[in-house]
Write a protein that binds this ligand. Structure first.
Ligand SMILES: Nc1nc2c(ncn2[C@@H]2O[C@H](COP(=O)(O)OP(=O)(O)OP(=O)(O)O)[C@@H](O)[C@H]2O)c(=O)[nH]1
Ligand SMILES: [Mg+2]
Length: 362
């Protein structure tokens, strides 16, 4: 699962990529189109619960969940009409599972803005217009092909055409496909269009250091992002860059000077992970404490299958405990004694706070 970092040139995409991957692997320089070829990197989804669990079961190894980020070239106005680079970017973005937009909010006359001024609302409209135009092109082509099938009384084609007729004015109105209210069946009918704006979106607002504590409501005011389904988070890439080589302690102290208690990078990574409809459960036993990535809504046998495919077939039951109960009881033995460990069977839907120990046949 890949999250693509998308936006205008020279806004801090590669800098953010370096912050997320804790590396200096992407070239980040003060000129537009510094990045041409994509950079990709795997990032840990840090979760303080893993550290608490590690203390409870007394083992040293922690294996967190991961998510992959891809940093690409900047998009410019008319990208959807360009034959060369522009079209290539948009074709590339089709591979993304989610789109992380790095909205420039910070003012700095030394960092050139391709539109000569900082205006988040206008810039978001430019980016989204390009993505929407590319989607409209896809939709028009598909409607044209589908029309022939409708004429030959194809039932599914007719159902699709009806949704397409709703989707078209929605996109033409400048709206993202993902914000159109559709039921599960309707969503399935537009799935194979692979629309760019039907992917999950996350907006990371690159603020100055002094604005990084800004509230979500204020950010929404500045950016005009009203749709509550789309997460909007502040981050100061510059501040994060300054802290790249800090110890955890120094980092905490530095953030505290700006009244920040949550780690903004960790929060952004977790938000991206969640937006992919992913979640994890924990295992915590003798060798390691580990987060296992699953899709939201998966049942216990499927979740066990992530560890080993055999585990899904041979699944009997799972000893399950809330992570906090395991921590409060200092490990499995005491948690069992205090009746905190439940037995869950094949139909159980795994939750984000579960620590599981599977039992199998054979
Ligand atoms: N003041 C300030 N400068 C920043 C910030 N983030 C990035 N920059 C600077 O902006 C310039 C461009 O940063 P990049 O990370 O290369 O931007 P990009 O979006 O990847 O640019 P392209 O690859 O050219 O599209 C660099 O000089 C960065 O140091 C920030 O939060 N504040
Ligand atoms: Mg770049």
């Amino acid at each position: 699962m890949k999250v693509w970092i998308v936006w205008l040139p020279n806004v801090g995409k590669s800098s953010l990529f370096n912050v997320l991957t804790k590396s200096y692997s992407a070239d980040a320089q003060n000129f537009p189109f510094c990045t041409i070829e994509p950079n990709s990197g795997i990032v840990n989804v840090n979760d303080s619960r893993l550290i608490e669990l590690q203390k409870a079961v007394n083992w040293s190894k922690i294996i967190p969940a991961t998510v992959e980020f891809v940093d690409i070239a900047g998009i410019v106005e008319w990208a959807s009409k360009w034959e060369w680079l522009g079209n290539k970017f948009l074709a590339n973005i089709r591979e993304a599972d989610a789109i992380l937009q790095v909205v420039r909010i910070f003012e700095d006359t030394n960092v050139h803005h391709v539109s000569w001024s900082v205006n988040p609302k206008r810039d978001i409209e430019i980016i989204n217009a390009e993505l929407i135009l590319a989607d409209l092109e896809t939709l028009w082509k598909r409607m044209w092909d589908n029309e022939k099938k409708v004429r030959s009384w194809d039932k599914e084609a007719k159902a699709k055409q009806e949704i397409f007729e709703i989707l078209k004015p929605h996109l033409e109105g400048g709206n993202l496909a993902i914000t159109l209210e559709l039921d599960a069946e309707q969503k399935l009918l537009i799935k194979d269009l692979f629309l760019l704006t039907n992917k999950p979106f996350i907006y990371a607002c690159n603020t100055s250091e002094i604005d990084v504590w800004i509230s979500e409501d204020k950010l929404r005011d500045i950016t005009w992002i009203t749709d509550k389904k789309i997460p909007v988070l502040p981050i100061s890439v510059k501040m994060e860059l300054d802290m790249m080589d800090f110890s955890e302690e120094d980092r905490k102290d530095y953030l505290a000077e700006y009244w920040i208690t949550d780690n903004p990078t960790d929060k952004l990574i977790k938000t991206c992970f969640d937006s992919l409809w992913l979640q994890y459960y924990f295992t915590a036993w003798e060798i390691e404490v580990r987060a296992w990535t699953i899709k939201s809504g998966w049942k216990a046998p499927q979740a066990a299958g992530v560890i080993h495919t055999d585990f899904e077939k041979k699944f009997i039951k799972a000893d399950t405990v809330n992570w906090k109960d395991l921590v409060d009881n200092g490990g499995w033995a005491k948690a069992r004694e205090n009746w905190k460990v439940r037995m869950e069977w094949k139909e159980y839907i795994v939750q984000d706070w579960d620590v599981m120990l599977f039992k199998f046949w054979g």
